[in-house]
Design a protein around this ligand. Structure first.
Ligand code: SF4
Ligand code: SF4
Length: 126
């Protein structure tokens, strides 16, 4: 997720309550100052960790705050794992992200569209 005033992720959070978020263990603050808070993670192998809360049948990242589909945000935004930093919402960069679309569908939310990212303050083309 990314965070700006008009970012649709702030009324979504579906991917953070659907996919298991795993990453190289060295991204935690146990290794890298300012990294992912290690107490919010769990080891899933010799070199990998995952955010807590995402391994059950109703996954929800421990760092996700708010209500999915209403108002949601990452409570460790500046420290989130690289896999989260690299997960682009559909059409933010000009293409759909099927994983974003799928997570939203699971939560009953429609896919984002190119129009989602249009600045409402810009004049419309004739
Ligand atoms: S599912 Fe897509 S729109 Fe929703 S929070 Fe994740 S990246 Fe953002
Ligand atoms: S760390 Fe933040 S961005 Fe990553 S899954 Fe958890 S709530 Fe979502």
């Amino acid at each position: 997720m990314s965070a700006s005033a008009t970012n649709p992720c702030l009324s979504c959070g579906a991917c953070c309550a659907h996919y298991r978020c795993s990453f190289y263990w060295g991204e935690t603050d146990e290794v890298r100052p300012g990294g992912v808070p290690v107490h919010m993670t769990e080891p899933i192998g010799p070199f990998r960790a995952a955010m807590r809360g995402m391994s059950g049948s109703q996954p929800r990242c421990i760092a996700l705050a708010g209500v999915v589909g209403v108002s949601a945000f990452c409570s460790i935004y500046e420290q989130r794992p690289s896999v989260c930093q690299n997960f682009e919402p559909s059409w933010k960069m000009g293409t759909a992200n099927p994983l974003c679309d799928k997570a939203r569908a699971v939560w009953g939310l429609p896919p984002l569209t190119p129009e989602t990212w249009q600045d409402p303050h810009l004049p419309k083309a004739a």
